[in-house]
Design a binder for this molecule. Structure first.
Ligand code: UFG
Length: 334
């Protein structure tokens, strides 16, 4: 039996693929390469030392997905495919609703048809919205998201809960990611943003590499340790290991379970810049600009539920994350 990994050529998906294979799972990747490259499949194969079946399909394509399910013995799905640019989702909300929601429904229908019962979903801390106190716990109310991207995550969570309610043999695990950074220790896979990075770490690594002149720090007047925004950065390999734990959980339980995947620690933008400089010896020129619309001051995860029920916790430090992000950046651009 195999795990279907949608979006398996993406930043997070590729690390999950490598981790699953290391833990003895057979993995089948589905990716339309709309925001990734087929080279990544070769890199995963190199890391794992074996071929990885890959379907270059859009998971909204129900015929292509049906063919995949007919050809492969899929007993679980990890669904990572989706559009993820927050700003673009504000400009093009229907593009996000059509793609992200339709993908999840199409996969669920194929699973139903082929008797596949385990679904692990790439959700996001963004579903906690702006009303909850920190740290976020899984029992807090969700859904007051500030953008369409976040709302697609929330709507899919709700759909999955309904699907699990309607079929008491189904198992759904919703994984709420905090801020994944870092890269695989091989430096063969990592984050490869198209164009100007939206997220902090790729902007830092590109600044260190001389591709960007100056890092813009979006605001230093938040009520935080140094006025800059605070997030819970988690190494992408730790995040990937969380998925291995979630699959194990899904094989032992039915119904829906929600887990935060974070470290439980907040780090400010300036603290991350300083940690990067310490870990790599590279200087990061920066200037403080205005706040970015939609940003929250500070949030991090309560990780006690994942620790207790998944027997998982993040192990890598901020320095590990910085070092590995930089190693991947150097491997990309020399
Ligand atoms: N930041 C800067 N300069 C930059 C980029 C970011 O100062 O060039 C700051 C932001 O203001 C924020 C922090 O760095 O304080 C982190 O920003 P990111 O863009 O890296 O991450 P976000 O927390 O904004 O977004 C992430 C994911 C989204 C997800 C969101 C909520 O990228 O997919 O968390 O969970 F929706």
């Amino acid at each position: 039996m195999a795990v279907l990994l949608s979006g398996g050529a993406g930043y997070i998906g590729s690390h999950i693929a490598a981790e699953l294979i290391e833990h003895g799972y057979d993995v089948v990747i589905a990716d339309d390469f709309s925001n990734s490259s087929p080279d990544v499949i070769a890199a995963i194969e190199h890391i794992s030392g074996r071929p990885v079946p890959c379907y270059a399909i859009d998971v909204k394509d129900n015929l292509a997905l049906d063919k995949l399910f007919s050809e492969q013995h899929i007993d679980s799905v990890i669904h990572c495919a989706g559009f993820k640019a927050v700003g673009e989702s504000v400009r093009l909300p229907l593009k996000y609703y059509r793609n992200n929601i339709d993908s999840a429904i199409t996969i669920l229908e194929a699973m139903q048809k082929h008797g596949c019962k385990r679904f692990v979903f790439s959700s996001s801390a963004t579903v906690y919205g702006s009303e909850n106190p920190v740290p976020y716990t899984e029992s807090m109310p969700a859904g007051s998201c500030s953008n369409p991207y976040g709302r697609t995550k929330y709507f899919i969570e709700e759909m999955l809960k309904d699907a699990a309610n309607a079929d008491n043999t189904m198992s759904v695990v919703l994984l709420r990611y905090f801020n994944p950074i870092g890269a695989h220790e091989s430096a063969l896979i990592g984050e490869r943003p198209n164009g100007i990075p939206n997220n902090l770490m790729p902007y830092i690594t590109q600044t260190a590499a001389g591709i960007r002149e100056t890092l813009n720090i979006f605001g230093n007047d938040y009520p935080t340790i140094d006025g800059t925004g605070v997030r819970d950065y988690i190494h992408v390999v730790d995040l990937a290991k969380g998925h291995v734990a979630a699959l194990g959980y899904a094989s032992r339980h039915t119904g829906t379970a929600i887990f935060n995947l974070g470290t439980g620690k907040g780090t400010s933008v300036l603290e991350l810049v300083r940690a990067f400089e310490r870990a790599t010896g590279m200087a990061i020129p920066y200037k403080v600009t205005g706040r970015r619309p939609g940003d929250l001051a500070a949030y991090w995860a309560d990780t006690s539920k994942a620790e207790a029920e998944l027997n998982w916790h993040a192990e890598k430090t901020i320095e590990d994350m910085c070092r590995d992000s930089w190693r991947f950046q150097k491997a990309l651009h020399g």
